[in-house]
Design a protein around this ligand. Structure first.
Ligand SMILES: N[C@@H](CCC[C@H](N)C(=O)O)C(=O)O
Length: 277
């Protein structure tokens, strides 16, 4: 079958067009496709299926034609993928499968319909307003790093590093420990440090992430939204715009009273034929 490879700030995805929902995707197949040596390689798979043809999308078919069926690289599901949604929209536009109406394009996801705006190289998606729901901690390299749990449709734990500990010093080749009683479905863990002041934004944060189901990635869009919400809270603000620098570039997050816009570049880089095992 045909595939396209795309990325948003280095968070990379294998895109599988399956308009009628005919493809039998399974965890083992997704993991094989995402294998960086034996497969195509990616942090996840985005299956492009008509909302009406997917059991998780059918209820949204009146609002959005396309459903983003997102899978992590280990074959697990996630409720939402911010960068994935941005790359998904780039794919819909470049293949002519959809055109924005009134400047925005709706996409059905497991967290509901999200709306996207296109601005040249950048695609912005409006995701759920991040909601902090308590304090927990990550364990890494013998350290316990306190953090804030944040729900962006999927779960995050945002851990600002203590002074003197550099982001570059973290070994994220292994998963950070977390409290499974607090995060029974697992969690994406973001480590942050303050960035230098940037014009035009309310805060600037540097971030690395270890993603549930995908290990360390160069970027996580929903993670950036969680990080932005925590940074704004630390600045005694409820809303505002935050520049979040990830290993793969810069994401800009604007938290509004009732939602959150995630913006950054999104590219398609290759197409090809996948020989299914
Ligand atoms: N990279 C994504 C998040 C993907 C899902 C995540 N690994 C999870 O399991 O929740 C993003 O850009 O938001």
């Amino acid at each position: 079958m045909e595939f396209t490879k795309g990325h948003g700030t280095g968070n990379d995805f294998v895109i599988l067009p399956d308009p009628d929902g005919a493809l039998e995707l399974a965890p083992g197949l997704v993991a094989a496709i995402c294998d960086r040596r034996r497969g195509i390689g990616g942090d996840g798979v985005l299956r492009v299926v008509r909302a009406a043809k997917h059991p998780d999308g059918a209820a949204m078919a009146g609002e959005a034609e396309w459903f983003m069926d997102y899978w992590n690289s280990d074959g697990s599901f996630a409720e939402m993928c911010g960068n994935g949604a941005r790359v998904f929209v780039r794919y819909l536009l470049e293949t002519g499968l959809a055109t924005p109406a009134g400047g925005t394009l709706p996409v059905a996801t497991r967290t509901g319909v999200v709306h996207a705006r296109v601005d040249g190289e950048a695609i912005a998606v409006e995701v759920r307003r991040p909601r902090s729901y308590g304090a927990s901690a990550a364990a890494l390299g013998g350290l316990t790093l306190p953090g804030t749990a944040v729900d962006v449709g999927n779960p995050h734990l945002v851990c600002p590093l203590p002074a003197g500990l550099e982001l570059t010093a973290l070994d994220l080749t292994r998963a950070p420990g977390f409290d499974p009683a607090f995060f029974p479905a697992g969690v994406n863990v973001e480590f942050t440090a303050p960035g230098e002041p940037v014009d035009g934004v309310d805060a600037h944060v540097l971030m690395r992430v270890y993603e549930r189901g995908s290990a360390e990635t160069l970027s996580c869009g929903t993670g950036a939204c969680a990080v932005a919400a925590v940074a704004l809270h630390e600045a005694a603000r409820d809303t505002g715009t935050v520049a979040v620098d990830v290993l793969g570039g810069r994401l800009t997050v604007t938290v509004t009273p009732d939602s959150c816009w995630l913006s950054g570049p999104a590219f398609l880089v290759a197409t090809g034929t996948l020989t299914l095992p």
